[in-house]
Ligand binder design. Sequence first.
Ligand code: PLP
Length: 448
Amino acid sequence: MSKKILLRDDEMPTSWYNVCPDIPNGLQPPLDPETMQPMGPEKLSAIFPMGLLEQEMSGERHIPIPDEVMEIYRIWRPAPLVRARNLEKALGTKAKIFFKNEGVSPVGSHKPNSAVPQAYYNMKEGVKRLATETGAGQWGSALSMATSMFGLKCKVYMVRVSYNQKPYRKSIMQTFGAEIVPSPSNFTNYGRSVLEKDPDSNGSLGIAISEALEDAVTTEDTNYALGSVLNHVVLHQSIIGLEARKQMEIAGEYPDVVVGCCGGGSNFAGLAVPFVPDFLEGRKIKFVGVEPASCPTMTAGRLAYDSGDTAGMTPLLHMHTLGHDFMPPGIHAGGLRYHGMAPIVSALIRENIVTPMNVHQMECFEAGILFAKTEGIIPAPETCHAVRGAIIEATRDLNEPKTILFNFSGHGLIDMAAYDSYFAGELHNYSLPREEIAASLANLPKVG
Ligand SMILES: Cc1ncc(COP(=O)(O)O)c(C=O)c1O
């Protein structure tokens, strides 16, 4: 059997799959933080184009991918599905391990799958500029690329700890013509208020989202773009699982276990959701979402209404959360340091369809290094969590011949500073103390 399974350009799916109408007991609606009533598209149209808001609230299962988006997807899609035979051998497992390689995109991760349609729908509705946040820099790079392709300007608020750790992410965004500032910044009222209290603040995704939102609300012709969490982002990422389904079929296989790392949940859900209808029809599939023990949103957070940002500007989303003013420790997997989880993933956990797992960063780097040595590709620190999750599943019982499919969400070639820290012995495991979680959960918005 071949090492990798490729699809031709004309075999790429032409519609995204929307799992929302298939989730048992459905999703809770977003709430307006001012009235605590369900929030319709009218108010959100101040920061999002209608094209995306329609997708956010859609009850349609299949939504066609516009031709202009297909054309850009074809630069790197369909992405390869690869059998990790050398990893299997090194583990001594009878399990078959497949990974979907999203690291082949121009910026090295799955993020352009949503950045491209987001830039496209904004361009179509006459928006001239997008403001966004980025944690690890992957989303900022993806949106910078996508906006440059559709002739939009882009401003990226990059979490300060990553801004300092990842200079080449800035270079990539600059190459695509974006403006990048470390967050918290002096450019927004909210950023200034955070810096006043803590001039050395490391920043967080929650703070950077507040800054980008303030920018979008107060600047003409500017909209806001979010790289994860929301339903329309998961919709766009479903291209990963739709392709993988076809490729597994060509390989003559079907996954018993589907694994992905979870920051806001978009790459994991993107791979997983196209398999959910089979699960609902009785097929036995284990869906495993892997998060860091230092930011255990799914395994120690609460399913509740909470803000997506620190300042409390976003609609309240019904999601697993550690509390919107949670300050994650500065671990290297910057893209996994978010207090909330996609409402879709949260609802799938509620329905016992998704099993969450948390892992420590040292075992993740060990897994990433084993993967690099056996399969030749260095995973992004976030992706190391998925590799670790796949290894845990493949080694539970070495004699069980199950099939594992995991999402290789990105390569780590621009994240070598994190590997340097690992090799220098500077990284340690960190479990978030229960008291800290309880303290930030005490500040959840009071609903109902
Ligand atoms: C390579 C990579 N994988 C995973 C993630 C986590 O995001 P999500 O859970 O939305 O896929 C990120 C976020 O920045 C990332 O850069």
